[in-house]
Design a protein around this ligand. Sequence first.
Ligand SMILES: *Cc1c(COP(=O)(O)O)cnc(C)c1O
Length: 384
Amino acid sequence: MIPFIDLKQQYALIQEDVESAVLKVLRSGQYILGPEVGELERELAAFAGTKYAVTCASGTDALMIALMAKGIGPGDAVFTTPFTFVATAEVIALLGATPVFVDIDPETYNIDVAALQRAIVALRGCGQLKTGGGTVDGVRARAIMPVDLFGLPAEYDRINALAKQYDLDVIEDAAQSFGGSHNGRMAGSLAEIGCTSFFPAKPLGCYGDGGALFTNDESLTQLFHSIRVHGQGQDRYENVRLGITGRLDTIQAAILLAKLRIFQQEIEARQRVAASYGAAIRSAGLPLTVPTVPEGCLSAWAQYSLLSEDERHRQSILDKLKAAEVPTAIYYPRPLHLQKTFANLGHRAGDFPVTENVAGRIFSVPMHPYLTDEKIGHIVHAMK
Ligand SMILES: *Cc1c(COP(=O)(O)O)cnc(C)c1O
């Protein structure tokens, strides 16, 4: 059976490094904020090309810390897409702010920048979020949280320009795109604050939960450090703001340091796998839309997602892959605006037609750096 993401094969490559690094931490007794954490932060910042990187307990916490550092809360609107993992919008709502969903681009599945501008203008005009089934009053446009879906960076040149024009903050959800880039700049560094996740299945994963924030701003970095440890001030028992228990533990930092050594090579291998899928699908003549990577972008290929013709076509392909013992996944079958969690926003089916259409047709096939052309051939053949 072909694994969806092959972490065992990767482990065999780095086993000695990881095991000796973890053993060193176990013997050191410095389980929280040991020296490996600072070392990892320096290496992550160098990799992303930012001045600072601050690690934290998960990708969700990274997004949460970013919003808290910007003082976002009740009455604030944060623009994002309904076609993402729930965490993106969840943290906005957890802080009492309002997620304002914007439809996606039909080719990249990332936020549609023209629709974003329309949503900003509409909200600023009346302070009201109008949805298919209701209105939310008294919300002020504050920030944009674009998501780099499946590893492909969103259109930051245009998004940052809009943010400047309308005086909004931009927080990049780079949970899936770390290792990717946009016009020569690395994912995580594409907005004022970048957030990523080290969940095991992400392009750079640890062996538990983990995340990081990236920025060039020193005062934001100080806020991230403070919020990460219960809003601490100059010393441990001085609390100057609300915070969380948001640290990355030393063992995970040691694991990530070992994995970072092969990460660039893995990102290159993912490009080969994606190209090989594309070529095999085209030569098989399958009626599937392969992912679009716009000029100047490099995807980290967190997922390789294909667009079928319709829901029935998708089901027939998923059935064939299942029969051939090829694992598949659907990211994401139900858009966030139609989830019960966000029912209070009053959305209805039809509010975001591109998202709803794509959610009914998309599916993902195995993607990891160690997938051979032979296995790719087998997977594509099984879809016929
Ligand atoms: C995985 C993911 C997150 C959350 O990361 P965790 O480390 O699981 O908390 C946030 N946003 C997106 C788009 C993700 O894919």
